[in-house]
Design a protein around this ligand. Structure first.
Ligand code: PLP
Length: 383
């Protein structure tokens, strides 16, 4: 009987990557007994985050989803009003629309960037303007580390009086037209979930130019307590604040952001060098208007040209204990959003059917990468 080889260690898509600075900040929180939710790290994390990117105001919260929920709540949306959103994204980009009883409308992607298609948005808003049915807001998502064409999208929204919110959860460290991701909307959000480019295990940030928005967000995020010695509430609050301990992790992570971007971009370049010659395999393009962080290395496999499908490749990787994931399933195809309007959708659908995200963690070794490359090449060779 053949001797079974020991199982290969699991290679994850984008695992947390923790350094020494984080531990020092967390130890400081313990030593000074700032375990209670609010404390000095929280304030410093917000300030350092703003200073790093040139943002005016920021509120650190429990998740990117919480940040987006607060942003939508701050707009004072009435039930039944519409908020448009990129369709090719994670469900958390649109869930808070429904929390506020507004209605999502999903907009298709642009082939050239995989992000929200500005021309499609422009045509749709022009049609809606003619019938007096403009949406209140647009959530433009920065996908897989690459900003949407935000300068153009912001101008289109401005022309129609549509509020722009930027979901930059996947794009911390990216740039667009010389500005950082998060600099475009009336408000923008980031995520520090475990799989994102920096993590606090779980966490998020809401940023804005307007002081008033961020102070109201902090108020709503801490149970909306009115200034009174007893517990007094005139508005519905949430328990959405990031804890001081986790903000300490965030401060450490932020220090190494540039190294993380460089590593992820280098991993992308290595994948390109090793796999670009395979037929029918195409990498996610980088737009000319900015720098992608290449948070995840994403590609499509056209089965007609490749002779293999995305699923053939993904399942072979899984057999080798390598985690790879299909590109986001468009939200207009998600059962939870059945019945919502979609503007186009065929581009996002093709990207979903053919798209694959490869392991891209910033601590990934050359040997890890070689394991992925050999497995992918093996699937094509067997044809
Ligand atoms: C991760 C993510 C979110 C949600 O962030 P959480 O911190 O996990 O709540 C929102 N939008 C996009 C595009 C994301 O990738």
């Amino acid at each position: 009987m053949p001797v079974a080889s020991p199982p290969k260690p699991r290679l994850f898509l984008s695992p947390p990557h923790i350094g020494a600075a984080e531990l020092a900040f967390v130890e400081e929180a313990f030593r000074t007994n700032w375990i209670a939710p609010v404390g000095p790290h929280l304030d410093l994390f917000e300030r350092e985050f703003c200073a790093r990117f040139g943002f005016r105001h920021a509120a650190a919260v429990a998740s990117g989803t919480a940040a987006l929920h607060l942003a939508i709540r701050l707009l004072g949306i009435r039930p039944g009003e519409e908020i448009a959103c990129s369709t090719l994204t994670f469900a958390a980009s649109a869930n808070p629309i429904v929390y506020e009883r507004a209605r999502p409308v999903f907009i298709d992607s642009d082939e050239a960037t995989w992000n929200l298609d500005p021309s499609l948005l422009e045509d749709w808003l022009a049609r809606r303007a003619r019938t007096g049915r403009l949406p209140r807001a647009l959530i433009a998502v920065d996908l897989y580390g690459q900003c949407a064409d935000l300068e153009r999208i912001a101008a289109i929204c401005h022309r129609h009086g549509v509020v722009l919110l930027e979901d930059a959860a996947e794009a911390l460290g990216a740039t667009c037209a010389g500005k950082p991701a998060g600099a475009f909307g009336r408000m923008a959000i980031f995520s520090f979930n475990g799989n994102k480019i920096i993590t606090t295990s779980g966490g998020g940030m809401l940023v804005a130019e307007e002081d008033d928005l961020i102070s109201r967000a902090r108020f709503l995020a801490t149970q909306a307590r009115d200034p009174a010695p007893h517990y007094q509430h005139s508005q519905l609050g949430f328990n959405y604040r990031l804890s001081n301990v986790l903000a300490g992790i965030g401060r450490g992570q932020l220090q190494s952001l540039e190294m993380r971007v460089k590593n992820r971009r280098r991993i992308f370049e290595r994948y390109v060098a090793e796999l670009h010659d395979l037929p029918g395999l195409t990498f996610m393009p980088e737009a000319a208007y900015g720098r992608s962080t290449r948070w995840l290395t994403c590609l499509t496999i056209d089965p007609a040209k490749a002779g293999v499908s995305r699923e053939d490749v993904r399942l072979t990787l899984e057999n080798e204990n390598i985690e790879a994931r299909p590109v986001w399933k468009p939200l207009h195809l998600q059962p939870v959003f059945a019945g919502c309007e979609a503007v186009g959708g065929s581009v996002a659908e093709r990207l979903f059917h053919q798209g694959l995200c490869l392991p891209s963690g910033s601590a990934m070794t050359d040997d890890d990468l070689q394991r992925v490359v050999e497995t992918v090449r093996g699937v094509f060779l067997r044809q």
